[in-house]
Design a protein around this ligand. Sequence first.
Ligand code: GDP
Ligand code: MG
Length: 429
Amino acid sequence: MIKAIVGANWGDEGKGKITDMLAADSDIVVRFQGGSNAGHTIKNQYGKFPLHMLPSGVFYQHTTCVIGNGVALNIPKLIEEIQSIVDRGVPTPHIMVSDRAQIVMPYHILLDTYEEERLAGKSFGSTRSGIAPCYSDKYAKIGFQVNELFMPEDQLRSRIENVCTIKNTLIKYLYNKPELDPDELYSTMMEYKEMIAPYVGNTESFLHDAVEQGKNILLEGQLGTLKDIDHGIYPMVTSSNTIAGGAAGGSGVPPYAIQDIICVSKAYSSAVGAGAFVSEIFGDEAEELRKRGGDGGEYGATTGRPRRVGWYDCVASRYGCKIQGATEVALTVLDPLGYLDEIPLCVGYEINGEEHQNFPNTTYLYQAKPIYKKMKGWKCDITGIRKFEDLPAECQEYVNEIERQIGFPITMVSNGPAREDIIPRTPLI
Ligand code: GDP
Ligand code: MG
């Protein structure tokens, strides 16, 4: 059985928690896109861990964690992250890295930083992890796949020389910064080779065998639909496909083998970085939700930046689930909302005086105003509740209404950050 766990919204929906929970019954957990630019926060018997490069299955000894070909791989970050969890008492995880994954090079990080500096106030809010430059080079076919670290020296040096010629033009004339030295780059790559060698393998063939043997495989997405390079709020998106459809490309599993697509959607909205955010709230109202949201507030797992917050957006989430091809929805982080008398739900967009139910392209999205339906709050703490019927009636109705609005079955409700804080639910649709 292959399941994909993906985000319906802007990311940070709690995919890490759901993956960690489902990894208990999984043989393999696969990352198929993104890099160290996003974070999953996981809370379990070992403590609280912000993961960036590592798949969320690393806490189980029976699980092999695969970093697929679609990932932008930061080798030193990966090694550092493995060490940091082992140092905190987690048994050494089983990790396999695709020999076709793209390497995030030191100059990708530099170029990301230089570009953000150049854009100054108009920046994309990049985490400066080198992801966009890495993916740009991948598509321009001047990137480096992991296997290239193992090619004969003269061949690799000639590839490096070529890349330096291109990059140095940009670095010298556009950014006015120190140029790259091909020899230094070669030595860095040899260090990378030594670091990554124990983990490299043919992950496509490993996954194909696993599919044939009927193993349980989880495909773990990073970010969500609205940050997808094609279907998101372009250009304020990430540089890869965050959708389940991209999971086949980014891992090599056959598309028809993905039978279950669990779309994770948070019970209110949060977003990192710039871009249109129709149901965003501001001021004290936002500060209150930000402070109470997630586990210890809505602040980035990678950057610590305060996340933008807003009310649940049914228009964006319906679109998010559709594009993911959701077979079921996990509605997460419901517990922080217990302080509100009324909870606004965004159930439509007004654009040029007309009501819209479909999520528009970026041009129209900037003009969209939220249409709210006010739901009654439940005014109590719902943590620790394990049955849907035991939730306050207003809380059940909030979930039921979201399900009616988005039109996808909500099968799980999460009411706390820990593995066991999960309520199974029988969908009404
Ligand atoms: P991801 O990027 O989708 O994996 O999500 P993040 O880990 O970045 O953000 C989700 C945050 O919410 C994390 O700090 C989780 O520990 C926390 N979290 C997940 N589910 C719940 C929940 O049901 N309730 C609360 N209060 N926190 C949750
Ligand atoms: Mg996150």
